[in-house]
Design a binder for this molecule. Structure first.
Ligand code: G6P
Length: 355
């Protein structure tokens, strides 16, 4: 392997730290004459579609859920997000003019490829968003957008997730030229905010020690876009620390799962949106009164004095790019404290080429 860890003990930490650089590189790669730019043929195919079908697995599926929010809010096109291995057998009714978007870090995931083969037979068009130029999903789709994250070696995906979301935001933005976001500026701001979060490793290590060193289980909760972040947060923590973790819609917890809350159960809330702030906080209160150890990750403008992680504000649609960073770091330190093989967790492979 030519890629070096440099001064890092693990690729995962190196890749977390690379995220500001990756976001800036994406801005550069997608810039032409000072403006954001995407191949007009791709934009035309997206605009022509009456519905987009995002197909992906694992972390890329979670990026797809954020992509749905971005595309529906900025571009106004309906989006469905499907897990590859489900779509292939449990295929939904497909709209008249669909466009299929495959999100895959490796571009090699067999479950996703099976869907691509199937939809090509049906005569539908496709776009692959991937980190690997010339990968199978890239070669076999009509179009490709590269995420320019550089090689990702750690099995647990970090920089590819944020890079996928950044590229999806540019795609959404380019489809609707009348949108009022200065995306170039907003993404630069995101890069700066990620940098400040990467500078707070001591805090994240301390939080991992305080909340996760003794526990066998953990919950991430969030509403709206933060719910999707909670799903990725749970995956990150479980895959490298082996702590059984679930991501939940904060309002759904009381409909069953709250039965699992005992004295000392860690519940981590992600709060990035003003309209759900108070509701999620009341869910935090609910679980705390039942003994949970609660930790809140919130954006500055809606934070409370007791929140343990406060993140500088970014555009409301781009918050997943910043809220995930302390979560990645906390997962890293939880696994480090348990002396686990962080870059190569048991039973997992970086790229899964069997269905
Ligand atoms: C594997 C990896 C995950 C990854 C998933 C999808 O299961 O362990 O980290 O998210 O595959 O991979 P892809 O390359 O398609 O994004």
């Amino acid at each position: 392997n030519d890629i070096e860890k440099g001064t890092y003990d693990h690729f995962m930490l190196k890749e977390i730290d690379e995220q500001p650089f990756v976001i800036r590189r994406i801005i550069q790669e997608y810039e032409k004459d000072g403006n954001l730019h995407i191949d007009p043929e791709i934009i035309a195919d997206v605009k022509e579609a009456d519905r987009l079908y995002i197909i992906a697995a694992g972390t890329s599926y979670h990026a797809g859920l954020i992509g749905k929010q971005l595309i529906e809010n900025i571009a106004g096109i309906p989006v469905e997000v499907h897990i590859s291995s489900e779509f292939i057998y449990n295929t939904p009714i497909i709209s008249k003019k669909p466009l299929f978007i495959f999100i895959s870090q490796s571009g090699e995931t067999a479950d996703s490829r099976a869907v691509l083969v199937k939809i090509k037979k049906l005569g539908y068009k496709s776009l692959t968003i991937t980190n690997v130029e010339g990968s199978t999903l890239s070669r076999e789709a009509n179009h490709t957008l590269l995420i320019h994250a550089g090689p990702e070696i750690a099995v647990a995906s970090t920089k590819a997730y944020t890079a996928q979301i950044a590229v999806l935001s540019i795609l959404a933005y380019m489809v609707n030229e009348d949108n009022e976001i200065d995306l170039h500026h907003e993404l630069s701001l995101v890069a700066t905010v990620i940098e400040t979060l990467c500078d707070r490793k001591e805090l994240m290590e301390e939080l991992a020690r305080k909340f996760l060193s003794e526990t066998r289980n953990c919950f991430y909760i969030g509403r709206h876009i933060d719910y999707y972040v909670a799903l990725e947060a749970a995956l990150k923590l479980k895959e490298i620390s082996y702590i059984q973790t679930e991501g939940f819609a904060a309002g759904e917890l009381k409909h069953g799962t709250i039965a699992l809350i005992e004295k000392g159960t860690p519940v981590i809330a992600v709060i990035s949106q003003e309209d759900i702030n108070l509701n999620t906080r009341s869910n935090v209160k609910e679980v705390r009164s039942r003994g949970a150890n609660t930790l809140v990750i919130a954006l500055d403008s809606i934070c409370a004095g007791t929140d343990q992680v406060v993140i500088d504000d970014v555009h409301p649609l781009l918050t997943p790019l910043v809220t995930i960073v302390p979560i990645q770091l906390i997962a890293y330190y939880a696994a480090l404290h348990r002396e686990l093989d962080i870059d190569k967790p048991r039973n997992l492979a970086k790229s899964v080429t069997v269905e």
